[in-house]
Write a protein that binds this ligand. Sequence first.
Ligand code: KIV
Length: 273
Amino acid sequence: MSAHKKSEVKKITTHQLQEMKLRGEKIAMLTAYDYSMARIIDGAGIDVILVGDSASNVMAGNETTLPITLDQMIYHASSVVKAVARALVVVDIPFGHYQGSSGEALRSAIRIMKESGGHAVKLEGGSEIKDSVLRILSAGVPVMGHLGLTPQSIYKFGTYTVRAREEAEANKLLEDALLLQECGCFALVLEKIPAALAKKVTAALRIPVIGIGAGPDVDGQVLVMQDMLGITNQFKPRFLRRYADLYTTITDAVGNYVSDVKARAFPNADEKY
Ligand code: KIV
């Protein structure tokens, strides 16, 4: 599919994602944080764009997702929204902007919706953020849940290894997934958990489950765009498939440009006014 005009396109809605689950059509989701890349991936047919707080890592160079601010998330999300004709745009509420109280969570969600034009928000956690989820939903803002490896809690876990391998944690995850569905979340992300558990949760839920490092038996997949395009060449988790090697492509292109400039080969006679 090529880049398309906003007016000609049937937009993806939360209801359509539900219908996709019902008819067994897998949902394709990627992150994006800026206008140019969002325009490309929307035109290429992506169903859901996540303006993830992974922007903290891949755009700002932070070690964790914790430092990114609400203003920064709104800046990224508004750039993405301007580019998108078809995809549903989901925006992460960053760390520290929904855990304090449900009122704070609602204010954060409303700022994101009003100031960025995003279509939904995503929050990490289960029963501990129930009040925040309910309060946001009560204002008519769609909420996507996120369980398993939740990077905003990295200092609690200590590592980015697979979550919910133990029975107690797996049971809590299933309970939390059912609770988020009961609250009214329209979809759920499961990050880095055993494939068998992801399959069980997906079968138990009516709402779509989108996996990252959660195996094939979920309703859709999400990856960080910079990872799947091979821009971040240091990050090599087992679940990641690279669909391009842009690190090499860009390095070669920039190297050729530098050589041409130094050798006075650019610009040539046609590349001037
Ligand atoms: O911030 C992010 O990119 C995410 C995905 C990894 C699901 O939450």
